[in-house]
Design a binder for this molecule. Sequence first.
Ligand SMILES: Cc1ncc(COP(=O)(O)O)c(C=O)c1O
Length: 330
Amino acid sequence: MRAAMTAAEVGDDVYDEDPTVHRLQERIADLLAKPAALFVPTGTMGNQIGVRLHCLPGDELLCDADCHIFNHEQGAYAQLFGIAARSIVAAGNVMQVSHLEDKVRADDVHFPRTRLLCVENTHNRAGGMVYPLAEVERICSWAAARGLARHLDGARLFNAVVASGIPARDWARHFDTVSVCFSKGLGAPVGSALAGSPEAILQARRLRKALGGGWRQAGVLAAAALYGLDHHVERLAEDHAHARLFAAAIGDCAGIELDRPHVETNIVIFRIDERLGAAADFCARMVRRGVRMSAISKQKVRAVFHLDVSRHDAERAGDLLADVVEELAR
Ligand SMILES: Cc1ncc(COP(=O)(O)O)c(C=O)c1O
């Protein structure tokens, strides 16, 4: 990847003159079967531009209560754009039409205007769950029938593609805009893309500039993203296998409970019994053993598998976790 970055042909992307950025944007548009795409620095920027494309100040989006846009992007849609969010609590984080039906607000001066449905696939906080395609189809066609736009936060869409065997375009066709990340499982240092209609992407280019995301010789970074697409998509299956291996090992530890018994992709979320203390302390003990995990709530921990974590590392992480459990249970 470093060699590909060094060799990249570049131009000034603020003037839309970078040939490597063009190649990446065309590649993403093709993969997602959308007419156009824009290279952006982060998944957060891709999502926030996506939201803003569909909503104006005083508008409202619908999303799952545990999604990234709602929880982990500082409410940027509200801070920056005056957009409101209505979050939906749904069993297993799978929104269904029944959850959404009474959430579209009446046209009334008291209410924001419901304009957009956001979906996350795979779902980070739901332990890397692949959103069931049938449910995507149902909620998106329901939303379309009510005149709501649809945005897909596909930060880990390629994990969903590899785990399900369903091509990216078959997920993307239910959405007006789709964001994908190169900086997660695909291993690029930087970068995401937003895909949609030519008009949406033209407007997205303006918004990206306003947010300070107009970059110059970005081809160096686009080359890394292209390398990730060429070499690191199929191998996501290895991360999924490592995550399953780890989950199977820790599932036997007393005091550890997997959030979801069936691990589908590269994320394992587990709950620590209160008798073992808090998740933050648990993670600190794992760090002292050389394994990083995140405490995502008082008792929950998230472990993520990626291209720098080998099968041996995954097995070793399971053993070290058992050590920590033993230490805390003493
Ligand atoms: C589901 C999801 N969407 C969006 C993002 C944002 O990506 P970035 O960190 O590139 O802003 C993340 C980051 O972890 C994520 O998990």
